[in-house]
Design a protein around this ligand. Structure first.
Ligand code: SAH
Length: 416
């Protein structure tokens, strides 16, 4: 080990010496064969020993051929996350270093765009299932979705630091993990795993724009990095326009629109702290003449209510951006989510000047791109403002799509 990491990580009890052998149902096997890295608890028929979080677990088929090896987590419904499928091989420090190197190499093109806010590791799609690392300048935020990474984190972070110098690493834990504090050996959400304590926010650059990021109090790991390319698109169409940015968070789209020459930008969000951060982000970028010249307004309210009120006041905007939080995380929520997307599309087009531009995004994984598109098109048409010249975007380079079901982000650019 060459870096001084958190002592709890360094002293983490070792995993079981021998991997668990799992007997898996046919459907579980088929899913692993298809390349999906998750093995759900109910697909496991038997195990040869009790497993601890982070133990290796291996699956063979009826003919004793290797199917997968991965990390075991007795606390999670996703009982094993596969690291290798099709070919067996060691899972050790070199293995993790290799996966990290591949992930970082994929992101090299981003570094040419004055960007140091990006996702370094995107879990499943970078073949490190359940482990996400976001970089904000010299600070990295490690977000874990399974206890299974904890025994391996020391080698992973040491390899990461060797490949990518950083000043600080912050730990964030999924809600599921926080429900089992007994398996955290005292580690807490927001813990500093490496480097100096975080006394205030950090900053990152996205295509030259500066954003403050709060990796501990902020939403997600502090910033919605996945919208970078869509924000860059907005910059190219915002010149001379009045803009309404609904679900603005800390003003990502607002800043892009302002730099692109928007005359007035309104950030609308229900979170006061997010809007205060958006105001500070405008100040941080005040050296950009178009941003200094743009008028920035904020509305702190529920989006549905505030948009209806703006319609009542007959307010109109040349460009409306609607990027809500995920409305569905499970299949059963899809119907309600589609209703909400339809309602937002209707409200959004009703706030547009004739021939105005609308941008509608969805980050609900179980909502398909087809259903999203059809729903918002139908809703816009029903409001008497059918969408035209529709363009659809997908994931940015640092959020790769490497297995079925990994797509969650959908974004439509249209005129109405
Ligand atoms: N577009 C943003 C990310 C949006 S995340 C960006 O580019 O960074 C979703 C945002 O919606 C969050 O800031 C959250 O506070 C806000 N939000 C959630 N529910 C809301 C509601 N009902 N009304 C208004 N804002 C809401």
């Amino acid at each position: 080990m060459s870096f001084t990491l958190h002592p709890t990580l360094v002293q983490w009890p070792p995993c079981s010496e021998k991997p668990l052998k799992l007997q898996v149902s046919n459907s579980g096997m088929a899913s692993l064969h298809r390349g999906h890295p998750w093995l759900y608890a109910e697909k496991i028929k038997d195990a040869n020993q009790q497993g601890k979080p982070g133990d290796l677990a291996v699956v063979f088929d009826a003919k004793r051929r290797f199917v997968a090896i991965g990390l075991y987590d007795p606390f999670s419904h996703i009982r094993m996350r596969a690291l290798r499928t099709s070919k067996p091989g060691p899972i050790d420090r070199d293995f993790f270093a290799g996966r990290i190197a591949q992930a970082l190499a994929r992101r090299l093109p981003l570094l040419q765009s004055d960007t140091d806010g990006y996702r370094m590791l995107h879990g499943e799609s970078d073949k490190m299932p359940g482990l996400v690392v976001d970089r904000y300048g010299e600070t990295a935020v490690v977000k874990l979705y399974t206890h299974a990474w904890l025994p391996h984190l020391c080698s992973c972070l040491d390899s990461l630091l060797q490949q990518q110098p950083l000043e600080r690493i912050v730990l964030r834990l999924s809600r599921g993990m926080q429900q089992h504090p007994e398996a955290l050996h005292g580690l807490q959400d927001g813990e500093i795993l490496y480097g100096a304590p975080l006394i205030k926010t950090v900053t990152c650059r996205e295509n030259g724009l500066i954003f403050e990021v709060d990796p501990i109090q902020g939403q997600k790991t502090g910033f919605f990095l996945d919208q970078r390319d869509n924000r860059a698109q907005i910059e190219t169409v915002a010149g001379g326009k009045t803009v309404l940015n609904v679900f603005s968070y800390t003003g990502g789209f607002s800043l892009a629109a302002a730099r692109g020459g928007a005359v007035e930008v309104t950030s609308l969000d229900q979170s006061g702290p997010a809007l205060q951060s958006a105001v500070r982000n405008f100040a941080l970028n005040n050296h950009v003449p178009t941003i200094a010249a743009a008028k920035h307004l904020t509305i702190e309210d529920d989006a549905f209510k505030a948009m209806a009120e703006l319609i009542r006041q007959q307010k109109r905007y040349d460009l409306v951006i609607v990027d809500p939080p995920a409305f569905a995380v499970r299949r059963a929520q899809v119907k309600d989510a589609l209703n909400a997307y339809g309602r937002l599309a209707q409200l959004g087009v009703s706030l547009l000047t004739p021939g105005g531009d609308i941008v509608l995004a969805s980050c609900s994984n179980p909502v398909s791109p087809e259903d999203f598109r059809q729903t918002v098109c139908t809703a816009a048409a029903a409001a008497g403002r059918p969408l035209r010249q529709i363009r659809e975007t997908s994931h940015p380079l640092d959020h790769p799509l490497d297995f079925a079901d990994s797509r969650y982000l959908k974004c439509l650019f249209a005129k109405a």
